[in-house]
Design a protein around this ligand. Structure first.
Ligand SMILES: Cc1cc2nc3c(=O)[nH]c(=O)nc-3n(C[C@H](O)[C@H](O)[C@H](O)COP(=O)(O)OP(=O)(O)OC[C@H]3O[C@@H](n4cnc5c(N)ncnc54)[C@H](O)[C@@H]3O)c2cc1C
Length: 432
């Protein structure tokens, strides 16, 4: 017996346009492809398949966007959880350029779908600003040069004065502005994708956990508590919740990382303008970074931190303190209204894992803390591989070997790395 879970208490849940519930699967259904997992990875894959005239069934154990996909910061930003300069070291510049092309396409595809299907997941606001915690204009310029010259990404340098004109804090120095990145409401987007799948005749089931997959030589049978999906091919997009009964290999190739978001009470506009005078989404350049944005009702959505375990009891206070460290002028004007955590799925190389476990059994998972654009990429390349024999998914082959990622010890390894990087951030800060 499995127990499906409803949405946790988040700002996104409370601002869902329409909380359309989908039925649980009962009985047998026959289809071309069964996608397991109703996060943005599974939804993007299922929509890519449905758009390519494949009969598609999607199974979600809880609710659409219940996991990281409905709890994140809403930054639709370039690239992957692994940085591009590290990717150049790992796979070379030509290969990195191809991966970047996919990311650029994936980011544009999200916007195109929002427009084409008239998804109500706004406001969609262009512009993301990366700010430096340490004074090092040379390093910012070098990064921008690399991104412009080698990857054709139109980043702009912002001086300390420009940054501080909109982020009114002494904490930040120079920055870079990315005009092509944007922000939106991720849970409304997830529901938009589910509706788009259904508009092509695809079927979406909630409260329907895939329990095991039977290979019957002619295809696969996906068993659920009250029914079965009989299909030619299966795509696993279960993120960190993957059950060993579906694939022990996938389960042990990733480790979990918790990360957190807090949303403030609405702040009067004049006071908010005295701290954060922009609607651009902001992130700083520390490993343990803060990332945040103004919401349309005068709140600030503030993200950051990673941890071994789910949200501590005083999460709201901890996150509020982080905000007040950067914007002390908001003290007395702001309280935490929501605070929540979510679980990320990381491979040791911080890249997505995309490929085929055996003929007709695909995986599209492990997007880490930077997944909105990469899930769109993964969905596109896997659906076009299945429907059209497209081989772009092979660009992820260097990262698709399913190494053992530490098993039960993996969260402790992740936490130690996090502390080490926080100490490094602290020491760098002392040099300012
Ligand atoms: C707090 C937080 C902030 C973040 N901020 C950003 C951001 O601003 N920008 C960005 O790009 N990324 C961000 N991310 C990362 C991003 O949200 C994730 O990388 C992305 O959503 C992962 O999508 P997914 O579909 O792989 O996983 P998930 O969204 O976790 O979905 C997996 C789904 O699979 C379902 N499932 C699992 N097993 C089964 C089964 N057996 N049967 C049926 N269903 C199953 C689960 O119920 C779940 O709904 C953030 C993440 C968090 C947690």
């Amino acid at each position: 017996m499995t127990h499906a879970q409803n949405y946790i208490d988040t700002y996104y849940r409370d601002t869902l346009n329409a909380d359309k519930a989908r039925p649980a699967l009962e009985g047998d259904v026959q289809t071309d492809i069964c996608v397991v997992g109703g996060g943005l990875a599974g939804l993007s894959t299922a929509l890519g398949l449905a758009e390519r005239q494949k009969k598609t069934v999607l199974l979600e154990a809880n609710r659409i966007g219940w996991g990281a996909s409905g709890r994140n910061g809403g930054f639709v930003a370039k690239g992957y959880a692994q940085g591009y300069r590290q990717l150049v070291k790992a796979v070379g510049l030509p290969h990195t350029k191809e991966l970047h092309k996919l990311a650029t396409h994936g980011r544009a595809l999200i916007k195109k779908r929002i427009e084409n299907y008239k998804m109500d997941c706004g406001p969609v606001i262009d512009g993301v600003l990366g700010v430096s915690w340490n004074k090092n204009p040379q390093a910012v310029r070098e990064y921008i040069d690399f991104m412009r010259k080698d990857l054709n990404a139109p980043l702009e340098f912002w001086t300390e004065e420009q940054v501080r004109a909109v982020c009114k804090t002494q904490r930040y120095h120079e920055g870079f502005y990315s005009p092509e990145d944007y922000q939106f409401h991720p849970l409304n987007y997830a529901h938009g994708l589910a509706g788009a799948i259904e508009s092509h005749g695809g079927q979406v089931f909630e409260n329907t956990k895939a329990l095991r997959i039977e290979d019957n030589n002619a295809g696969y049978i996906v068993h659920t508590p009250a029914g079965r999906v009989i299909c030619d091919q299966v795509v696993l997009s279960c993120s960190i919740y993957i059950d060993g009964a579906l694939s022990a290999k996938l389960k042990y190739a990733a480790f979990p990382v918790y990360t957190f978001v807090m949303v403030t009470t609405p702040i009067p506009e004049d006071i908010l303008d005295g701290a954060l005078a922009t609607r651009y989404a902001i992130f700083d350049n520390r490993f343990a970074q803060d990332y945040y944005r103004r919401l349309e009702d005068g709140r600030i959505l503030w993200g950051g931190r990673v941890s071994l375990s789910a949200a501590p009891e005083d999460l709201a206070e901890i996150m509020l303190r982080d905000l007040l460290k950067v914007y002390p002028q908001l003290e007395g004007h702001v309280q935490a209204d929501y605070a929540w955590g979510g679980e990320l799925c990381y491979a040791p190389h911080k890249m997505p894992q995309i490929g085929e476990l055996k003929p007709g059994l695909w995986y599209n998972t492990c997007f880490g803390g930077h997944g909105l654009v990469p899930t769109s990429v993964g969905g596109d390349v896997v659906s076009s591989a299945i429907a059209e024999g497209d081989e772009r998914y092979k660009l992820f082959e260097p990262f698709s070997k399913l190494w053992f990622a530490g098993g039960p010890l993996s969260p402790y390894i992740a936490q130690s790395v996090y502390y080490a990087w926080r100490i490094r951030d602290f020491l760098r800060g002392l040099k300012n």
